[in-house]
Every structure is written in C-alpha cells, then in structure tokens.
Write a protein that binds this ligand. Structure first.
Ligand SMILES: Cc1cc2nc3c(=O)[nH]c(=O)nc-3n(C[C@H](O)[C@H](O)[C@H](O)COP(=O)(O)O)c2cc1C
Length: 191
C-alpha cells in the first residue's frame, strides 16, 4: 500500500513537472520571438548615394558591395545591431533585387569605421558610385564574424546569399518588393 502510494505520487509529480516544463518552453519561445520582432527595428528603409568603400568587395572577394555614406549609417536606429541582414534593393529607381547587407566593422578586415555594405544579387555592367541606393532591410541572418582565411569569409557570404534568397521568397518578405517605397515616385526617405 505504502509503495503504491509512492509510485502514484511519483507519477503525479512527474506529470506536473513535464507540463510545467512544456509550459516554460512554450513561454520562452513566444518570448524569444516577441523579443526578436520588437528589438530588431525591422523593416528598416534607407536611401543614399553610393560611395566608395575600401574597394576590396569586388577585387579580393569577387562579391561587389554598394556602400552607404556615413549619414545613412548614423541614421540606423540603435535596435539594429551589427550583423548580416537581407532585404530588397534598387539602384536609381531601377528594378528591385534581392540583397544581403553587412552592418558593422568587418572583423576580418578590422575596419575602424562602421559601414552598411549591400551586395545586390544582380550583375550590373559598371560601377555604381554616385547613384541612389534604396534598400529595405527585413531580416537578420547572423552576427559578423572573423575568419582564418579569405576563402572562409567568401564561403560564408555565399551561404548568406543562398539563405537570403530563400527567406525573401517567403510571401511576407516577397511583398516588400512592390512596396510604395520602391514603386511610388513621390516616396523619398522613409528613415
Ligand atoms: C553578406 C555579407 C556578409 C559579410 N560578412 C562578413 C563577416 O562576417 N566578417 C567580415 O569581416 N566581413 C564581412 N563582410 C564584409 C566584407 O568583408 C566586405 O564587404 C568587404 O570587405 C568589401 O568591403 P569594401 O567593398 O568596403 O572593400 C560581409 C559582407 C557581405 C556583403
């Protein structure tokens, strides 16, 4: 009788523990997704003239990037931390293309100035300096990282490009390709 009671109590305690754990997990995952949504400050719209970067993008990496001027970088809200992001971009009001963007100091190159470097997933015939770049930043891919070789950095960026392409095919993200920010000629800087 005594053992039966202990077993019963034990299984009751286990059941209670299991449901408390699953409640805690459900609570934590909803808290994480809420935090992600509210702390990233996304979507974020930026407009600016393309300036010269350090010129390593196309030469050393084979991955050209269009750089925003300092004022645009300084306009980023503090909730948008450094890291690698994806979104949509257009140059001089042309077609809207998928893009990946690096925000930060490029630990591999140890830059001293914070930059917003956009790699537009499209081949342009010439360089884009002085043209207007419009981007909407929609999602975070990963933090900036340091690498032991340039080949590893290139491989990581190629992975970012593939991940971004998939994320941007999601209907919620694809919808931004035709946002008035890109389509309305009267739309200027939204932030
Ligand atoms: C999608 C993407 C991811 C990047 N990830 C990193 C990174 O993790 N670490 C890093 O040091 N630089 C990273 N970079 C920055 C490149 O190193 C940078 O674009 C390159 O140095 C070219 O800069 P430049 O055109 O100003 O010379 C990334 C760039 C892009 C476009």
């Amino acid at each position: 009788m005594y053992f039966l009671n202990r077993l019963q109590i034990g299984s009751l305690l286990n059941a209670a523990r299991t449901s408390a754990l699953s409640f805690q997990r459900a609570f934590e995952s909803s808290r994480i997704s809420r935090t992600k949504m509210s702390s990233t400050g996304l979507p974020h719209f930026s407009v600016g003239k393309i300036v010269k970067g350090f010129g390593r993008g196309s030469k050393e990496l084979g991955i050209p990037t269009a750089n925003f001027p300092t004022e645009v970088v300084q306009n980023l809200p503090p909730e948008i931390g450094t890291g690698i992001y994806y979104g949509w971009a257009s140059v001089d009001r042309g077609d809207v293309h998928k893009m990946v963007m690096s925000i930060g100091w490029n630990p591999f190159f140890q830059n001293t100035q914070k930059s917003m470097e956009t790699h537009i997933i499209h081949k342009y015939p010439g360089d884009l300096y002085g043209l207007e770049l419009r981007v909407v930043i929609l999602g975070f891919l990963r933090p900036e990282a340091d690498f032991t070789s340039i080949e590893d950095l290139i491989a990581e960026i190629k992975g970012d490009i593939e991940n971004a392409k998939k994320c941007l095919d999601e209907p919620e993200m694809a919808a931004y390709k035709t946002h008035t920010f890109f389509t309305d000629p009267a739309s200027n800087t939204l932030g």
